[in-house]
Write a protein that binds this ligand. Sequence first.
Ligand code: PMT
Length: 424
Amino acid sequence: MRTDSFCGGLCEVKLQKAEGDRMLQGKTIILGVTGSIAAYKAANLASLLKKQHADVHVILTKNAMQFIGPVTFETLTGNKCLTDTFDRSHPFEVEHVELAKRADLALVAPATANVMAKLAHGLADDMLTTTMLACDCPRLIAPAMNTRMYENPATRDNELILKKYGWKVIQPAVGHLACGDTGKGKFPEESLIVGHVLNEIAFAKDMAGLRVLVTAGPTIEPIDPVRFLSNHSSGKMGYAIAHVCRMRGAEVTLVSGRTSLDAPVGVTVVPVDSAQEMFEAVTGRAGQQDMIIKAAAVADYRPAVVADEKVKKSDDELNIELERTQDILAWLGAHKGERQILCGFAMETEHMVEHAQEKLERKNLDLIAANNVKVAGAGFGTDTNVVTLIGAQGVQELALMSKEDVAVKLTDELLKIRAERISK
Ligand code: PMT
């Protein structure tokens, strides 16, 4: 990893984050753009896919070119934009077949009612539809059109046919449409579409069939109706774990304290506020989980009495009596299923390995991920972390890396532990 002596640790942290955003490296994606007013948003979509290092090949229909031109996509993707089946100035022999063979994923976004009808019925009269007919890779389609067109029975039937033929349909959003109507048919957020792409092809599905519960974020413990005790957890570590587990094919439940993060696509989020709410949300679902990973920063203490009205200030000191919260992880360790894998985190400021090891044993965990808030690039709020994994197999110190990369290493380790457990 390159470091810059002028900016010391900070540049190192930024560079490492950039290296973590390569989830589509080595993947070829065909992006088909059709003649919807949302076609201009496909430029941002192409750019986001490219930022994940995908090799993006855009096919524009004739109607799409009324809304946006090929130069935009060529500049963003570095690849020639395909518009004409009979254009000979391209690098492949029979372009639509060659590209279809190479593709790891095909995505039509935005998709008009017209292209949905053509794809549903196997029509192939332009570059996009011929290429799609030759694709046997995962195929995603993001319809975007006027609500009345979207809800027309013919479009509904075509969507069902597309699903029958293996297309996955990214549901349009509900909202204000370009034509002035309000309803279903809006092009979804581009980042959400990228989330679907990542879930399809970013990882091998080595967690398929597993149910995983992850906790993330802080808990908040009220003092009165306007004040509370909490901590600095942003939720980034837990959300990255939930996202990676989902991309690896697991069915993921994320029990989350308050954060400003978007839910990872395809993950069920259970929002909670206090440690007690998190205790109930987690323990109520624990019996159905193959793995539980507790990255949340849970309050150890809460005010013993919560005032009904705002506590008025006075010249006297204010003392708040605190009582212990339930230790959720300890409860999970005491009630662990025979094959269930339990992973905790330990946030320490000193004697990190010793303290984490003590928690591993006392709480009956299979693995603990220890991080020290005093280390640069580690802990609360950052996009990176520096983690030491501790379990029966020993102590593994990981370098500074993005929280997504930590999540990958952590889940690799948990899968190894599970494989050993099952083989016994
Ligand atoms: O959210 P970020 O900003 O990305 O920051 C990530 C993080 C620093 C919060 C994360 O990496 C982390 O270390 N999470 C655990 C923080 C913590 O509460 O550590 P602890 O050592 O106090 O607790 C040990 C374990 O017991 C944790 O798994 C915790 O979830 C669990 N616990 C603690 C108290 C409690 N009442 N119930 C619990 O289950």
